[in-house]
Design a protein around this ligand. Structure first.
Ligand code: IYR
Length: 221
């Protein structure tokens, strides 16, 4: 039977007390993460963005295919192009394409079709999922659990952004196929999420919200 080469693996050796403290500390920190829609234009170095993306790409994926591409955009011209196309779609969404229930559910967040953050934030990271891979000879190969894999990588990315003291937003302009065109991506790549990254504007505000308690989102057996 063919078997990949294996090597020993040892998890970091924390005592139970250290594990408990680390779990509590990370929860306390992650609980301060918020989606932010108002950004400062303060720059963020490319080196930081590279490390955030490498952290995202450390996520597990089906058969370790890593079926993702992260496009990091700092070019003002490309950001403007993305904003124009996104706002065009969002205008239609907010003026007829979204149901009344949906618009009602979004009221607490104060969103509308205008997406200033797309040109103000220093970076936009557009996450693409790769439905399949194509090798040098044009041969296609299948990827597995693509949505699950790319969702996990995006989660790692948001955690890494927060860990760096930066803010983000999981933005889903809809439909978002214009991103494939603007960024000139190949046919096997489909846009998955658009994530602005940067510092919050000085007067940035976030809606007051409560997170579910354990009793409402976990069951122990
Ligand atoms: N894509 C739109 C609408 C929107 C939908 C959901 I669900 C949100 O949580 C937030 C926004 C927009 O970006 O405005």
């Amino acid at each position: 039977m063919h078997k990949e080469t294996f090597r020993p693996y040892a998890a970091p050796a924390y005592s139970p007390a250290e594990s408990a403290a680390r779990a509590a500390d990370l929860y306390a920190y992650m609980d301060t993460r918020r989606s932010v829609r108002e950004y400062s234009d303060r720059p963020v170095s490319r080196e930081i963005i590279e490390n955030l993306i490498k952290t995202a790409s450390s996520a597990p994926s089906g058969a370790h295919k890593q079926p993702w591409t992260f496009c990091a955009v700092s070019s003002p011209e490309i950001k403007a192009e993305i904003r124009e196309a996104a706002e065009k779609e969002e205008y239609e969404n907010y003026h007829g394409r979204m149901s009344d229930d949906w618009l009602e559910d979004l009221k607490p967040f104060g969103t509308d079709w205008k997406k200033e953050f797309l040109t103000v934030a220093p970076w936009l990271i557009i996450v693409f999922k790769k439905a399949y891979d194509v090798d040098e000879n044009g041969e296609r190969s299948k990827n597995y659990y693509v949505n699950e894999s790319v969702g996990l990588a995006a989660g790692f990315l948001l955690a890494a952004i927060h860990n760096a003291g930066l803010v983000s937003l999981t933005h889903t302009p809809s439909p978002m196929n214009f991103l494939q065109k603007v960024l000139d991506r190949p046919a096997n790549e489909r846009p998955f999420l658009l994530i602005p990254v940067g510092y919050p504007a000085e007067d940035a505000q976030v809606p007051v919200l409560q997170r579910k308690g354990l009793e409402d989102m976990a069951v122990f057996y």
